[in-house]
Design a protein around this ligand. Structure first.
Ligand code: NAP
Length: 738
């Protein structure tokens, strides 16, 4: 390690000062580490344990010669020590501290110096333990921990850099914050929990039968109260030093406990479940943030995932693909606005639909789950949503932001919707424009992209809206606003789009009129809670349909698949190619048609795919290309130029991949010409496109060589258990993650 500075003086050689001194010394971050402590035994111990190079007998002499001084004394002692060293401080000496509160340190400096010196950079390592004293010093204490530094506007930038580098050099991650914010955040995340632990243990300890209480205390009590073993003097000091922020947090907490108390007293189960489910979701989200895998950071995408598929195998059995994403979103939205309790099963626990679920929790809806696809929503009625505490974050979900814009336009409160970097580049004016025509006040961000800001309390008026583009999201947004509008709202679509919103509204007992390309509903009605078993996604089911269709000896049943007429192109096309495909047990769930689909192998023949089927099967073409290679004769696809602007250029990705396997295929601007041919093995790039990755996995059933498929991490977004199900039915595939 390169030496950052010459002489570092650590004043207060206890747990934190000793740990920092030891880390600086063992890593060679400065030439000499000098320790000073008013407790001479501590100082001697520090020297004996090799924690410091030198033990200073005279504080003033040591301070006069130091290049960097670290104040590691208790918060209350910082002002005393500063006053002591003030007369000998050189202007070039850099000063920092490790105190758990920053406002009082800054105020001390102002009292003594008249202002905060520009080479005094306050800091706080978020690391420690219940122990104190130099004997507990640990040179690795700060590794992978955060250190917050709170420079002031006048702080010298070289001094800030040096202090930041010093902490980084001992393995910490350095963050900057302003002083007030630091004290507020720490009051909530550290000070309040410590003080509650002290108070709880103290309260229980005063009860007469406290021995019994502690004797039978289970792990939860131990975990919750661990920090009550911390140094009482230190917490006394912190309690006083951060008084205002701590009092505010105690008041907020007391009000929260009051609400819980009342819910228990009045046996208000919904209120109790509300508190517990919101807390559980927040705790899980927080754990994910700590492990670096929160949906906001989408760690999954950065993993290098490769599928290795071996040739051969057959597919047999009965499986159910994950729930339909569009229907999962809408079930949360309408369930939240319904009167009564809606029970959902088969909910897709993907990032996008979870963002919708969290948004409604933020608006006060009590939602239990999801647990293995089961969700229970305690609907609040059409006007029962509450203003969320801040902007609603929807991650990468275009459906959530566009549909919710409509719904929020009709609320009495203001709201804001924001998303991740990629969603923040997608167009929102297509929903904002019709909403404004209805009288809503909607603002979009730069270039008409998110965030979307909506002013509440506007009286919406019904409109008849002719959509300039065929978009199910725009149609749904206008219809959801129409629920709150006066009069009958009509949307006219230029071409058929998915009709899940219309169907589910009817499933919740809301009348919707469909007349050709016109959809109308009257505002002011209400929704009745229902049960929804979310159909399995037909697009995800397609991979197994095609797998069975191309592989001799196969026989597979896919349960509870959504067969919405706007999505069944794949069934029609496979049947036209000669596939032995049966729809069994057809039924309706929450307004959506579903069926079990059984497919047995039968030889396929190439066809000219009718263009009217293209929009109904748009997501299924990568898998259908594999079917076409396994068919006798030629398959021609036209009118599918949209495939070039999906998650990847799907025509090009399939043409390139199939050519590598030796198949006979030609790309055209709006489709492809595919001739029945043999497939060997090879290395395929999926271009981060989940459907390309899954299509080449099933190709292995008819290939003669091994297929390695790269960049498959995105498969998890639409089909988290694809590999497990593929293996279960007999496809010889495995996954490796790096
Ligand atoms: P510690 O183990 O008790 O060490 C503090 C040392 O400073 C003791 O040896 C103490 O001596 C000495 N000291 C007190 N007043 C002094 C003075 N006027 N001049 C010279 N030395 C003096 O405490 P710590 O846990 O390291 O905490 C030190 C600082 O780190 C505090 O400001 C605390 O807020 C902060 N901090 C602590 C943690 C944690 O988890 N412990 C985490 C982050 C930040 P005596 O024993 O004689 O008092």
């Amino acid at each position: 390690m390169r030496c950052l500075t010459e002489r570092v003086l650590v004043i207060g050689l206890g747990l934190i000062g000793g740990s920092l001194a030891s880390a600086l010394r063992t890593r060679g971050i400065c030439r000499t580490v000098i320790g000073y402590d008013r407790d001479k035994d501590e100082l001697e111990t520090g020297l004996r344990l090799g924690i410091v190079d030198e033990a200073a007998a005279d504080l003033l002499a040591a301070a006069a010669q130091a290049d960097v001084i670290v104040l590691a004394v208790p918060v209350k002692a910082i002002e005393t020590v500063l006053a002591e060293i003030l007369p000998v401080l050189r202007t070039e000496t850099i000063l920092t501290d490790v105190g758990s509160v920053k406002g009082n340190v800054v105020r001390s400096a102002i009292r003594l110096f008249g202002c905060v010196p520009n080479r005094f950079i306050p800091g706080h390592p978020i690391a420690g333990s219940e122990k104190s004293g130099v004997a507990a010093a640990d040179a690795t204490l700060f590794e992978h921990h955060k250190v917050i530094i709170t420079p002031l506007p006048q702080s010298d930038s070289d001094a800030v850099t040096l202090i930041a580098r010093m902490w980084q050099a001992v393995g910490a991650q350095v963050l900057q914050m302003d002083v007030e914010r630091h004290d507020e955040v720490l009051a909530a995340t550290s000070h309040l929990p410590h003080l509650l632990a002290f108070s709880l243990v103290d309260t229980l300890a005063q009860e007469q039968d406290c021995n019994d209480i502690f004797r039978y205390a289970a792990g939860g009590f131990r975990d919750f109260t661990r920090v009550a073993a911390s140094d009482p003097t230190m917490w006394h000091d912190i309690g006083l030093a951060n008084k205002q922020a701590i009092l505010q947090k105690i008041d907020e907490f007391t009000a929260g406990v009051g609400r819980l108390r009342k819910a228990i007293e009045t046996e208000d189960s919904v209120a109790m479940l509300g508190i517990f489910t919101r807390a559980k979701a927040a705790r899980e989200h927080f754990s994910k943030i700590l492990s670096g895998s929160a949906y906001t950071q989408n760690n999954m995408m950065t993993k290098d995932t490769t599928f290795y598929a071996q040739p051969g195998g057959q597919v047999q059995g009965t499986i159910r693909a994950p729930g339909d994403k569009s229907i999962s979103h809408r079930s949360i939205m309408l369930g939240s606005l319904a009167d009564g309790v809606t029970e959902i099963t088969g909910f897709l626990e993907g990032e996008d639909s979870l963002a919708t679920l969290q948004a409604f929790r933020d608006m006060g809806v009590v939602i239990e789950g999801p647990h293995q696809g089961a969700v229970k929503i305690y609907g609040v009625g059409m006007n029962g949503l509450r203003q969320p505490p801040g902007p609603i974050y929807v991650g990468n979900s275009g459906t959530t932001i566009r549909l919710m814009s409509g719904l929020l336009a009709g609320q009495s409160f203001d709201s804001e919707l924001s998303g991740d970097a990629s969603l923040s580049k997608r167009p929102m004016e297509r929903v904002a424009k019709p909403l404004r025509l209805m009288g809503a006040q909607v603002e979009t961000g730069e270039n008409g992209c998110p965030p979307v800001k909506i002013k509440g309390g506007q009286a919406l008026k019904a409109i008849s809206y002719e959509m300039p583009m065929a978009s199910a999201q725009v149609k749904s947004c206008v219809m959801l606003a129409g629920l709150y509008a006066e009069g009958e709202t009509t949307v006219i679509e230029p071409a058929p789009t998915r009709d899940h919103t219309e169907r589910m509204l009817r499933g919740f007992g809301y009348p919707v009129d469909v007349d050709g390309n016109k959809v109308s509903l009257a505002g002011g009605g209400s929704l009745k809670a229902t049960k929804i078993d979310v159909p399995a996604d037909i697009s995800s089911s397609t991979f197994f349909m095609v797998a069975a269709a191309i592989c001799p000896g196969s026989d597979i049943t896919l349960e509870h698949v959504g067969i919405n007429p706007t999505r069944i192109g794949v069934i029609n096309i496979l049947r036209a190619m000669g596939s032995n495909l049966e729809l069994l047990n057809e039924r309706e769930v929450g307004g959506e048609p579903v069926a079990d689909i059984r497919i047995r192998y039968a030889p396929l023949t190439g066809i000219k795919i009718p263009e009217d089927q293209v929009p109904l099967a748009i997501d299924e073409f990568p898998a259908l290309f594999i079917a076409a290679v396994c068919a006798e004769g030629e398959t021609v696809l036209t009118g599918a130029e949209e495939l070039r602007v999906k998650e990847s250029d799907r025509i090009q990705a399939m043409v390139d991949g199939l050519k590598i396997l030796g198949a006979d295929i030609e790309g055209t601007p709006d489709g492809a010409i595919i001739r029945g041919s043999k497939m060997g093995g090879g290395v395929i790039e999926s271009h981060d496109d989940h459907r390309i990755a899954m299509s080449f996995t099933i190709a292995s059933l008819r290939a003669t060589g091994n297929i390695e498929i790269r960049e498959c991490a995105n498969v998890a977004t639409s089909f988290p258990n694809f590999i497990e199900l593929a293996q279960h039915v007999g496809i010889r595939v495995r996954k490796e993650e790096k």
